[in-house]
Design a protein around this ligand. Structure first.
Ligand code: GTP
Ligand code: MG
Length: 259
């Protein structure tokens, strides 16, 4: 495979927020494994060491790879406990980018903060994955707002989850302004998600415009950007480390699916 089709991605963040579980889901979706193991069952790819299985928590970094849409992803699963911070430093020395996995408890956890600070300081392109949206009391918007409080306009949520009775039934694709369910049916953004959608749309549009002169001109002239332009500008922002995009879901429940 061509080198330019290889991506080294580190999963970092606070302990217990779901990095190993998300790695398992990614590998499953890449068809690298044929069943999705669970940390609690001691059968994940990344937590293979006897002590990790015993503790139900990662101790050293682990790597596995899978292919998706013509790209090879080398996934590096990093332990979240502070005692193992050097593992994050090692992983990010070789990673092209990071997925910062955070819980959805409505706050900025210390591990998330450390992970974002490290990526910002060392200019590592990063995105946030707000995990555990199947849990009672999970709150994507509150969590994103808590992170925004410290990192402001760097944070650009590309989705707004559609939560019904505590379950994520799909999400608004913010750049496109459509609601998508897990069968990939698309419909108009419902009224109850309108405010959250508009707020997120403004955030991603501004992030896109800030990262590209032409888009900035267009934004000032037209007051809006096309979905493809938003995606292009946000991608540029991620690459130049001025934007951290946000997705969310439930690692334990992710089955074959792509945005
Ligand atoms: N309900 C729910 N539980 C989850 C989710 N993701 C992970 N968990 C559970 O949370 C616990 C911790 O998950 P891990 O994947 O080990 O978390 P981690 O971030 O790798 O933890 P460290 O390796 O200690 O940093 C396990 O019991 C998982 O089954 C999720 O999306 N929803
Ligand atoms: Mg782990």
């Amino acid at each position: 495979m061509d080198v330019d089709k290889i991506r080294n991605v580190a999963l970092i963040g606070h302990s217990g927020e779901g990095k190993t579980t998300l790695a398992e889901a990614i590998l499953f979706n890449c068809n690298a494994i044929d069943r999705q193991g669970k940390v609690d069952d001691g059968n994940t790819v990344m937590d293979f060491d006897a002590e990790e299985i015993n503790k139900k928590s990662s101790i050293s970094l682990a790597c596995a790879n899978g292919e998706y849409k013509g790209y090879k992803f080398n996934i590096i699963d990093v332990p979240g406990f502070y005692d193992f911070e050097c593992e994050m430093v090692q992983a990010l020395a070789v990673a092209d980018s990071a997925i910062i996995v955070t819980g959805a408890g409505g706050n900025l956890t210390v591990g998330t903060e450390k992970a974002i600070d490290y990526c910002v300081e060392h200019e590592i392109p990063a995105m946030l994955f707000v995990n555990g949206l199947d849990k009672d009391n999970s709150d994507f918007i509150k969590t994103v707002n808590a992170i925004k409080e410290k990192y402001g306009h760097k944070i650009a949520p590309m989705i707004v989850p559609n939560m019904i009775d505590g379950k994520m039934k799909g999400f608004v694709k913010v750049a496109y302004g459509v609601l998508r369910d897990w069968e990939r049916n698309e419909s108009a953004v419902p009224d109850y998600l309108q405010d959250a959608y508009e707020e997120a749309k403004l955030a991603v549009t501004e992030a896109a415009a800030e990262n590209d002169e032409e888009l900035l001109d267009k934004f000032f002239t037209d007051g809006e950007l096309a979905p493809e332009e938003i995606e292009l500008g946000v991608k540029k922002g991620i690459n130049s480390c001025s934007t951290i995009t946000v997705l969310g879901g439930s690692a334990i429940k992710i089955t074959a699916y792509s945005i």
